[in-house]
Design a binder for this molecule. Structure first.
Ligand code: OAD
Length: 238
């Protein structure tokens, strides 16, 4: 594995148009469980499967139950960016990395100092009224009890993409633009199971597709370099 990390380090040194595309595995070393690993969110016992709770129709029908799950499982206090987030922010400051495209909703890339972060699935640090769309601070939504409501009576909802909802087309096309023009694409901490996000990789046209993921993914066979190790550990060496 040493050789692979050295190769990654060399490619990073040579590139000045890197794009990073990541998922929940980027934040596990900060203490946030991912979705599909054995200790991930989808393998924990709930009255309904988390994929169901995190859907538009469930939110509309049972907002109380949604908020119980949201506050207990999605909001994790005191989390800090780890070495992967920090190194990515540094690479952006060095002018080598052009964008971070993430499926995560935890805001840790921005907390690490990254500026150009494209949040495909939104952020739990933002909220708005589902009726009049007035923006709200995330505080009432992430803490307290019951269903937070707007002054208009509408339910305040997180600015995240729930299942059954489309992705923001503007963010998607910006992500596509960066990936299509990148000289190097590093994909990390994602099982690449959820579309359309996972399909973004198909737009990359270069010769340096790197996958850094603990477990194997459906894209391993197409990658130019595959590293099955913890992403924070890998990024602390490049
Ligand atoms: P998954 O839980 O599907 O995949 C996380 C991947 O990260 C797994 O393949 C792990 O092996 C790997 N992993 C975990 N810790 C790691 C570490 N320290 N270093 C490297 N790899 C590690 O999460 P995502 O692919 O992000 O969508 O899931 C995609 C989407 O599915 C999420 O955005 C969410 C979920 O449903 C919505 O909520 C819309």
């Amino acid at each position: 594995m040493e050789t692979e990390i050295l190769k990654l380090k060399q490619w990073v040194a040579e590139s000045d148009n890197i794009v990073f595309f990541g998922g929940a595995g980027v934040s596990t070393e900060s203490g946030i469980p991912d979705f599909r690993s054995v200790d991930g969110l989808y393998n924990q016992k709930w009255k309904y499967p988390p994929e169901t709770i995190l859907s538009h129709s469930f939110f509309e029908r049972w907002p109380e139950e949604y908020y119980r799950f949201h506050r207990e499982k999605l909001v994790i206090e005191g989390v800090k960016p780890n070495r992967a987030h920090l190194r990515l922010a540094e690479l952006e400051r060095e002018g080598k990395l052009k964008a971070v495209v993430t499926q995560n909703i935890d805001g840790l890339h921005q907390a690490a100092g990254s500026k150009n972060v494209l949040e495909l699935h939104g952020s739990i640090l933002r909220a708005y009224c589902s009726r009049c769309r007035k923006p709200y601070s995330a505080d009432a939504m992430n803490h307290g009890t019951g269903v937070p409501r707007c002054s208009c009576g509408g339910v305040i909802r997180p600015d995240i993409v729930l299942y059954e909802e489309p992705l923001d087309q503007e963010i998607m096309s910006r992500a596509l633009h960066y990936i299509r023009n990148a000289d190097m694409l590093i994909v990390g901490g994602t099982s690449l199971n959820v579309y359309p996000a996972a399909g973004l990789i198909d737009y990359y046209r270069g010769q340096k597709l790197v996958l850094v993921n603990l477990s194997s993914t459906p894209y391993d066979q197409y990658a130019d370099l595959v590293i099955h190790e913890k992403i924070g550990e890998v990024f602390s060496q490049i």
